[in-house]
Design a protein around this ligand. Structure first.
Ligand code: DC
Length: 230
């Protein structure tokens, strides 16, 4: 069990927000600018989903999936993500894995099983963590909490361009529908739903460049007061 108070001495920035908002890109750039560690918590949910699908485990088999989450053999090697010795960096980015991740992330035992794993990333000098509940549940003591969003249309357009850029065929209407469905599922679940909390700063990147968003987060961090939990 990680004592939350033991994390008070590490500078933590949390960036929560909806699917395809660009929070991962912004979080990574903030981390590299400040020389901090980076946690992509969504990747953990995606890894659990991939492992569950690979072992033909039903996506609502809570205890079985929680066991998969607790025993996940994963290492983050720079940009590369390796699970049980296999490079799964590309595999976990598939839409079907994102959808499965969204489903299994509604199971409380699964969230519980991933909690400590996520908190273990809080190492000196600091951490930038992105996800849905980083500021509300995993790192309530974070010095800076950002809720990063963009309109569903802008997010769909960004995802569409990203896929086309990779030579993958895509349909803008399907992407927009998937994003809206995922928003509803991630926001409506009873445990750790996606929502902006009162102690986070809203950053709407609909009309911003990545650089502007990064500058904004760094500025908020440099001007925020440290928080502590007991
Ligand atoms: O950020 P992402 O698209 O990679 O996340 C995949 C899914 O994982 C997302 O639909 C919801 C879930 N998730 C979560 O419930 N809590 C987090 N901290 C991160 C992701």
């Amino acid at each position: 069990m990680v004592e939350l108070a033991s994390l008070n001495s590490v500078s933590i920035i949390t960036i929560d927000g909806p699917s395809a908002s660009g929070k991962g890109t912004v979080a990574q750039k903030v981390a590299s600018r400040l020389g901090f560690h980076y946690l992509d918590s969504g990747a953990l949910y995606r890894l659990v989903a991939l492992a569950a699908l690979n072992s033909s485990t039903l996506l609502d088999a809570e205890t079985d999936i929680a066991r998969i989450a607790a025993t996940l053999d994963v290492s983050f090697e720079g940009e590369k993500i390796v699970m049980s010795g296999i490079d799964v960096t590309e595999a976990i980015r598939q839409e079907r894995i994102g959808t499965a991740a969204s489903k299994i992330s509604a199971l409380s035992q699964v969230r519980q099983a991933l909690t400590e794993r996520q908190q273990a990333y809080a190492q000196a000098p600091g951490l930038v963590a992105d996800g849905r509940d980083m500021g509300s549940v995993i790192f309530p003591m974070a010095k800076t909490k950002i809720f990063l969003t963009a309109s569903a249309e802008v997010r769909a357009e960004r995802r569409y361009k990203q896929l086309i850029g990779k030579g993958i065929s895509a349909n803008l209407h399907d992407i927009l529908r998937d994003i809206r469905d995922r928003d509803v599922r991630d926001s409506a679940r009873s445990i750790a739903p996606l929502q902006q909390h009162a102690d986070s700063v809203l950053l709407d990147t609909s009309h911003m460049t990545i650089e502007e968003a990064v500058n904004f987060v760094v500025k908020v961090f440099e001007t925020s007061e440290p928080k502590t939990v007991n």
